[in-house]
Unconditional design. Structure first.
Length: 314
């Protein structure tokens, strides 16, 4: 009796190339092609790798991560006093394996953050952080517009953009104490609308797929991971699921990353076109900042895997 071996294909995080000519110009053939790739990726994985080689040079990448190491080397007392305007969103967070610092994205908040750490300012930090912030904000706006077009709800786009507030968060993960066991962050979804991440060469980020597999994110220096998050899931009425992810460190190096974390002020709800008879409303209106506050206040009871469906599902 012969035995036929079956090779299982391991899914990979979709890659969307934003370097095509005219792909950022609405209505062009390149725009429509990229829009299709973006929306399919979000519906299937809740995320994709965005490649922008024309926006992020290797020199910029190296400069930014060199500055991040300097930032996290400041005394814990200095980091703990990081200016915090939005409770639970800005400021300093620390845990057993992970530490983060965050600031608002407007110029005034960025300047206050910079001078908190470097009294005389730091040109390298300011210039590189500003470039990355602009690149990620543009990517967020482009992807959002593509999704709104795809679902024929463009009339809501301007209000959505005006309601968006963002935080720039920097992350450091300590070297694993035991490489074979892994450590970092447990599986979770972000309590944001979207998250865009950029990291150094140390791997560890993993995405949970619809067929219950964890797959690794293997980034390029010019790439970002775009993730749909809990607010996106509510807004899309489950057409796009929040991307569940974790950090599982297996390399004997410190891992650094940073990202643009975007929220909606006011109420998040699905547009009427996304709540047809065959797709009824699945969530009560969501106040995202209240959701964040509830999660942090009740974290010990609800656990890291607490979902937006548990919070406001119908």
């Amino acid at each position: 009796m012969s035995v036929t071996s079956v090779t299982q294909t391991v899914p990979k995080i979709p890659v969307v190339d934003f370097s095509q000519e005219d792909c950022l110009k609405p209505g062009t053939s390149s725009w429509l092609s990229v829009r299709g790739n973006v929306c399919r990726s979000l519906e299937e994985f809740g995320c994709f790798m965005a490649v922008l080689p024309n926006k992020v040079s290797p020199e910029l990448h190296d400069s930014m991560f060199g500055t991040l190491k300097e930032l996290f080397d400041f005394p814990i007392e200095t980091k703990a006093q990081t200016p915090q305007e939005q409770p639970l969103i800005d400021g300093h967070v620390t845990g057993p394996f992970h530490e983060s610092l965050a600031t608002g994205t407007d110029s005034e908040k960025s300047q206050i953050f910079e001078h908190h750490f470097w009294a005389n300012g730091n040109d390298q930090y300011r210039e590189t952080a500003d470039v990355y912030r602009k690149v990620m904000a543009e990517l967020n706006q482009v992807v959002t517009r593509m999704v709104f077009e795809n679902y024929n709800v463009e009339k809501y786009l301007d209000d959505h953009v005006q309601s968006t507030v963002s935080t720039l968060r920097f992350n450091k993960y300590k070297k694993p104490e035991k490489i074979e066991t892994g450590q970092g962050l447990s599986g979770h979804t972000d309590k944001t609308f979207t998250t865009i991440l950029h990291q150094n060469h140390v791997k560890g980020l993993e995405i949970y797929t619809k067929d219950n597999k964890w797959i690794g994110f293997d980034p390029l220096p010019s790439s970002f991971l775009f993730m749909a998050c809990d607010g996106f899931q509510v807004w899309s009425n489950d057409r796009i699921s929040s991307c569940k992810h974790r950090v599982n460190l297996k390399e004997n190096e410190e891992r650094y990353s940073f990202g643009l974390f975007s929220y909606l002020e006011g109420v998040t709800r699905a547009p009427d076109k996304l709540t047809a008879d065959d797709h009824p409303v699945k969530y009560k209106p969501l106040h995202m900042l209240d959701y964040v506050q509830f999660y942090v206040a009740n974290y010990r009871n609800v656990g890291v895997g607490f979902s937006v469906k548990e919070y406001c599902g119908v």
